[in-house]
Write a protein that binds this ligand. Structure first.
Ligand SMILES: [Zn+2]
Ligand SMILES: [Zn+2]
Length: 438
């Protein structure tokens, strides 16, 4: 028994040493590649492009992939660029970065701040990488360069995408519709990052299960019988019906869903009428809906229809003039991290940054189109990882002043680029090598 324990302890310490030496190699190589990735990031930050206009960005991503030996397919489902690298037998890992920036005027004062403008539906707008997709691209490129540098440490296939239009929820769907998982090797795992200013650099945020909410948009057209504002008895006022609908919609989440089921029903716009003394014929409402399961969103939509119809009927509208509820076909489904893959990521990430730097995060009600990759018939396990992007020093200073870091989409979003990118490369490289261990 003693001998068995002795051999076991030797085996464990040998595997510990091997693990340590791989982590060390990953850290050293990531450190080297992060210098290149930081310069790339500054270039991308200065040259942001809006969703569906990522022409130059895509060309750069294509050149980066070619330079390190990927087979490259440009313009896949729009501007997206797909790369494949085969490195022996083994599973296939899919890594995604997004490429698009936002119509935001940068106010960071950084030496490499964006001064770019672009055309958005006929208007000239300022453009900024205010969602950190410049960091995602640089970390992604740095990770791929590191993996190529360490290609003797792993065996398998990489399928990677620099994806267009994450912000408008078009990009992932376009690539999937173009045959992403049937044209290229089918992934066994899919991974991606999103930066998180609420976490410090050196940390990642992770959770198995729901990470980002699903997003749907609904429009309600409320009909009435218009007329003179002085003769309400001769009219059916759609402004009153719409007001009742807005109030009653508040009871869907509070009264109809389980208190443990997160969801949002927000009426973000209401338009009706032209003059104080005219009762209009119709009022339009626009809603954003957030949810984590197909059952929940189905229930929310059914409730919106029931509540809208009831309010109109109660006001005396006939059955053929009840409100029209239109749910827009564009959808960002929820991002649900695969529990087993998240556990693996936790393990591989802790090898390079330590378990104490892995923060268990809560689900967010904002959307991210990465979830679409996990909802195809191929049923690929996905894991979206939050990447801490605020320096510990700045976080400390802000906390002392009772402030929070600038959030995503803010004109003053100024991540700690250098350390965010380095940690990002370390962790993602460790994940891929772990998943494709020889
Ligand atoms: Zn964003
Ligand atoms: Zn984003």
């Amino acid at each position: 028994m003693k001998i068995v324990l002795f051999i076991l302890s030797i085996c464990l310490s040998i595997s510990g040493i091997a693990q340590n030496s791989i982590s060390k190699k990953v850290k050293t190589a990531a450190e080297q590649q992060s210098v290149y990735a930081l310069e790339l990031c500054k270039h991308l930050h200065q040259n942001p492009e809006l969703s569906f206009q990522e022409f130059e960005t895509a060309k750069r991503m294509q050149a980066e992939l070619k330079a390190i030996g990927f087979e490259v397919t440009p313009n896949f489902g729009g501007n997206s660029v797909v790369g494949v690298l085969r490195n022996g037998e083994g599973p296939t890992v899919f890594l995604r970065t997004d490429m698009d920036a936002l119509p935001v005027k940068e106010a960071t004062g950084l030496p490499f701040a964006s001064t770019k403008t672009a055309d958005l539906n006929g208007d000239e707008v300022s453009v900024m990488h205010a969602c950190g997709h410049d960091i995602h691209m640089s970390t992604w490129t740095g990770t791929l360069r590191t993996l190529v540098q360490l290609k003797d440490e792993w065996s398998g296939t990489l399928v990677v995408i620099a994806q267009q239009a994450e912000e408008y929820s078009g990009g992932a769907g376009n690539a999937i519709d173009a045959g992403l998982f049937t044209t290229f090797p089918k992934p066994d795992y899919a991974l991606a990052y999103h930066i998180n200013p609420e976490l410090k650099t050196g940390q990642i945020g992770l959770r198995g299960g729901p990470v980002f909410a699903g997003v749907k948009t609904a429009e309600i057209t409320v009909y009435g019988v218009g007329g003179h504002g002085a003769y309400p008895q001769k009219c059916i006022d759609p402004i009153v019906i719409a007001s009742r609908i807005v109030t009653d919609l508040q009871t869907i989440v509070s009264r109809e869903l389980s208190p443990t089921e997160p969801a949002v029903v927000t009426v973000g716009s209401i338009h009706g009428g032209t003059r104080p003394n005219i009762i209009p014929n119709e009022v339009k409402l626009e809603l954003t809906l957030r949810y984590f399961s197909d059952e929940t969103i189905a229930k929310i939509i059914a409730s919106i229809k029931r509540i809208s119809n009831a309010a109109a009927s109660m006001a005396g509208m006939p059955d053929d003039k009840l409100p029209l509820v239109h749910v827009l076909p564009v959808e960002t489904p929820p991002v649900i991290n695969n529990a087993a893959l998240s556990e693996k990521v936790k393990h591989f990430a802790s090898d390079v940054i330590g378990a104490e730097n892995i923060v268990e995060t809560q689900p967010e009600m904002v959307g991210e189109d990465f979830g679409k990759y996990g909802r195809t018939p191929e049923n690929i396990p996905i894991c979206l990882i939050w990447l801490g992007s605020t320096s510990p020093e700045l976080m400390k200073q802000l906390e002392a002043e009772g402030r929070r870091p600038s959030p995503l989409h803010s004109p003053t979003l100024a991540p700690d680029y250098e350390n965010t990118i380095r940690t990002g490369i370390e962790v993602m490289t460790s994940n891929v090598i772990g998943l494709l261990k020889k």
